[in-house]
Write a protein that binds this ligand. Structure first.
Ligand SMILES: Cc1ncc(COP(=O)(O)O)c(C=O)c1O
Length: 421
């Protein structure tokens, strides 16, 4: 089945109302074309494509995003088709759909399908890299000090087993700028450095790292790079042909608004001979590196196909417009929070150092109580960070949020800062 035939298959029933005896929602009107300068009316139409109740303002994209109705419908339709006839013959088209998603992923990141593996999530992608590179005593892995456990604990644990050394490049706050990090890495690289691994945009306080510059620095010295893209894949208009990492990881269920438990691992053609596959089983992918690296056994192919639909949805709106919108909402939140006495913002306001993950400490308020009040009383969803290291509330708006939600959030935080929780 070629791409056009598969697109036609997906479209069958596409406009029909999504109704099932117990699960159902009104199919929103079709998404209007994106105007050259999208206004609030357009973004409200985008919001209408999501099934969240209107009064719920979810500002937690860095953790988990909702899927749009077209994505949910695709997943339901393909699952139903499979369960109505689970024969090999009927399921053949699901394999075509999975490959279609691989092609869409490659287009999305401007690389080739031969370099794409569809995984379960960023955690799995990161671990396939830290397990798959052959490292031995004497070798060094350089990390930034602020990574998710799947890109930090994972390296430390494997270092215990294989005997290599892990070193951290400190991550000061406030963000000291791109040049600082390029210099810091340059100074810490030794002839033993074999891998550099860092998070493109941190989930803690939303620090943006100079991915292209660090990959270049490493490439010139024959060092492999893993860029954890959990917080940029589907948020920024990431172009891997420009960044040129060896490995880049991401999750469908974060910023791409795709199905849960789907993810991606990009393996640069030039790095494919430098990594071992970790899992061998049946049902691998059909092209390039997926033939050896994606044999994970039976998969949820309807979800993989819905992942492709999520990418199509974002592409239709416009990747650059999505990034611009998320940045604009974040800047509006930051401007509002700055005016509240006692709020300490951890995230840099400089657009070259941050994107759409914003963390702040709400004076001496208990962050868990504040987040609970925001959710229960004001219907605002956010994340909290405890402990001593940059504690507080994290807000991560995306293209389905509106300025009205931003204003409502700032007003609610202002209220609790003056009355307590
Ligand atoms: C930077 C970063 N890396 C990896 C992950 C893990 O993502 P997942 O749970 O989808 O595997 C997260 C999750 O928040 C993250 O923020």
């Amino acid at each position: 089945m070629n791409r056009r035939e598969f697109a036609r298959l997906l479209a069958i029933g596409g406009a029909a109302p999504f109704v099932s005896p117990k699960v159902g929602w009104a199919r929103p009107v079709d998404l209007p074309p994106t105007p050259a300068s999208p206004d609030e009316k357009f973004w409200t139409a985008v919001r209408d494509q999501f099934v969240m109740p209107k009064e719920l303002a979810m500002l937690n994209a860095a953790n988990l995003c909702p899927s749009s109705a077209p994505v949910l419908e695709t997943m339901y339709r393909m699952t139903k088709d499979m369960d109505q006839d689970p024969s090999f013959d009927n399921r053949a088209k699901l394999g075509d759909g999975r490959e279609n998603t691989r092609t869409l992923l490659a287009e999305f990141m401007r690389v080739t399908p031969e370099e794409i593996i569809i995984t379960r999530n960023t955690s799995e992608s990161n671990n396939l890299v830290s397990t798959g590179i052959d490292l031995k005593p004497g070798d060094e892995v350089l990390l930034t000090a602020d990574n998710h456990p799947s890109n930090h604990t994972a390296w430390q644990e494997k270092a215990k087993r294989y005997g290599f050394t892990v070193k951290d490049v400190p991550v000061p706050n406030p963000h000291p700028g791109f040049e600082h990090y390029v210099e810091a890495f340059r100074k810490m690289i030794t002839p033993q450095t074999k891998v550099i691994s860092f998070t493109h945009l941190t989930s803690t306080v939303g620090d943006l790292f100079p991915a292209k510059e660090l990959c270049k620095l490493a490439r010139e010295r024959g060092i492999l790079t893993l860029v954890d893209g959990a917080q940029t894949f589907g948020l920024m208009d990431v172009d891997l042909s420009d960044m040129q990492p060896d490995f880049y990881s991401g999750s469908a269920h974060k910023w791409p608004c795709g199905p849960k438990e789907n993810g991606v691992l990009y393996i640069n053609k030039s790095a494919q001979s430098k990594i071992w596959a970790s899992i061998f089983s049946a049902y691998p992918g059909r092209v390039g590196v997926s033939k050896t690296f994606e044999g994970f056994g039976q998969r949820d192919e309807p979800a993989m196909i819905a992942f492709g639909e999520a990418l199509t949805f974002q592409t239709k709106i416009g990747r650059a417009q999505i990034e611009k919108r998320s940045r604009e909402l974040t800047q509006a939140l930051m401007a509002g929070l700055k005016k509240i006495d006692g709020v300490k913002i951890w995230t840099s306001p400089d657009p070259s150092r941050s994107v759409a993950v914003l963390s702040f400490q709400p004076g001496s308020l208990d962050v868990r109580k504040l987040s609970l009040a925001l959710y229960q009383k004001d219907r605002i969803g956010c994340a909290t960070r405890g402990g001593q290291d940059r504690p507080g509330i994290r807000l991560s708006p995306h293209f389905y949020n509106t300025h009205a939600e931003v204003e409502r959030t700032v007003a609610a935080i202002k209220k609790y800062m003056s009355t307590g929780v």
